[in-house]
Write a protein that binds this ligand. Structure first.
Ligand code: EPZ
Length: 422
């Protein structure tokens, strides 16, 4: 099994360029299902999850053509309405095809995604919204079977703010008969990016980025060209990398408007963050301060940055309280970090970090995408060498992370492939 070996204690400095956002590229690539003809997507990151969604689209009969970070998709040849278990189980975001398949074909058979390490991850709100739009949905043998003569606009209240739920229903509503209102909608930049792409295709969506999104259904959509927005979670992860190594990093492509809560908390922790024309300059030259954080739906502090911020707090003398309000089991990284000598006590949705103790390198295991990023951050700060196993988790969401870190002065390499430090 592949591992990443990290030699800690090296200060990071230099420039890093942020890749396209995984969580924007996934729904936008799926939105191509809504039109016939070639859509062109640029700045698409080369990640495992992106390769998975491209395989799923191909399985549905859609033509997919990749040239570097440009992906062209033509759903004019869409022939199947089934998303098989072996693909959905590797990436739960595959459920995003539900809405578009119902909109295009009136039928969809998608494997239930099941849970994952961070929680049960139900999709009841996706299904309830589609039923309100007229879909008949049955759950049998681990599959969602949905069909509808034609989707109707509906006034939908989402009991919980759900990112992919908002995206699925927005895509289903784009060609429905009449007006759909999504109340308590997710406001993430990735949701706004999808709405923008759909409107470029001819959809009539207003309110994206606010809690109430209105979609006036149209008869058809046409293909479009989109450049994927930068990945705010990758950018935030590199901000923390500057903090944990007392480094000085220029993060090209970081969008301050997408990172306000993270920038606020990182500054509170004593890290300098300055906006420059093409990104952010992040410098950590002083002793870190402990800061409390509570994860919330956007524009609150993102749950996808919780594990990374916890590592920063392990280095800040004093007590910090980290509350995870989005997922029920997103502290799995704590037990791995404890192997590196940190003092963290978890009680329910709260982790109390007693920071300021030296971290030491150790063999650790990645358990989910963002937890694996936190282990790499801890390894960069630790005394000695850290060996991280199950690194396939990190490859789901971080493009060329070793190369990017090595270019900043980190000493790390992957076993199996090139054994020498990069
Ligand atoms: C998206 O997942 C992201 N994934 C996640 O990023 C991110 O952590 C999450 O939003 C929260 O920001 C993609 O965009 C592909 P949710 P999603 O539906 O849409 C509950 C990463 O690291 N819920 O917003 O699956 C759910 O249990 C990944 O890149 C229901 O109860 O998350 C959770 O508690 C990890 N019923 C809360 O809502 C539903 O029908 C938020 O989940 C749907 C969700």
């Amino acid at each position: 099994m592949e591992k990443i070996i990290v030699e800690g204690g090296h200060r990071l400095q230099g420039t890093v360029t942020i890749s396209g956002a995984k969580n924007a590229a996934l729904p936008i690539l799926v939105s191509a299902l809504l039109a016939e003809g070639w859509s062109v997507y640029q700045n698409v990151p080369d990640l495992r999850d992106i390769r998975t969604i491209k395989s799923l689209l191909t399985d549905l009969g859609v033509q997919v053509n990749t040239q570097g970070s440009t992906v062209k998709v033509n759903a004019g040849t869409l022939r199947s309405h089934e998303a098989p278990y072996d693909l959905v189980k590797t990436m739960r975001a595959s459920v995003l095809v539900l809405g578009p398949l119902l909109a295009r074909l009136g039928r969809a058979r998608v494997s239930l995604p099941g849970g994952c390490a961070i929680g049960a991850r139900p999709i009841n709100l996706h299904l309830k919204g589609l039923e309100q739009m007229g879909a008949h949905i049955s759950l049998e043998h681990g599959y969602i079977d949905a069909e509808v003569p034609s989707l109707k606009g509906a006034d939908i209240y989402l009991d919980t703010v759900t990112v992919t739920g908002t995206e699925n229903l927005m895509m289903a509503a784009a060609m429905a008969d009449g007006v759909t209102i999504l109340r308590n909608a997710a406001r993430e930049p990735e949701v706004v990016a999808l709405a923008t792409a759909l409107n470029q295709m001819g959809a009539q969506i207003t309110g994206a980025g606010t809690p109430v999104v209105t979609i006036n259904g149209v008869d058809s959509l046409k293909p479009t060209s989109v450049t994927i927005i930068p990945d705010r979670i990758e950018a935030g992860t590199f901000m923390i990398a500057a903090g944990v190594t007392h480094g000085n990093i220029k993060i090209i492509g970081a969008q301050p408007g997408h990172l306000a809560a993270v920038i606020h908390k990182v500054r509170q922790a004593g890290i300098t963050v300055e906006q420059e024309p093409d990104g952010l300059r992040v410098v950590c030259e002083q002793t870190l301060s402990s800061v409390d954080v509570k994860t919330l739906p956007y524009p609150g502090f993102p749950t996808d940055m919780q594990a990374q911020f916890m590592v920063l707090m392990c280095l800040a003398p004093g007590l910090s309280v980290i509350s995870e309000t989005i997922f029920e089991n997103r502290f799995i990284h704590v037990s791995e970090l404890q192997r590196m000598g940190v003092d963290i006590k978890v009680s329910g949705h709260t982790a109390v970090v007693q920071g300021g103790r030296p971290m030491t390198g150790a063999p650790v295991m990645a358990t989910d995408l963002r937890a694996s990023a936190s282990l790499i951050l801890a390894a960069l700060a630790a005394e000695g060498t850290t060996e991280i196993s199950r690194v396939y988790h990190i490859d789901r969401g971080y493009e060329a992370i070793e190369k990017k870190l090595a270019q900043l002065g980190a000493r790390l390499w992957r076993t199996g492939g090139s054994a020498s430090p990069k």
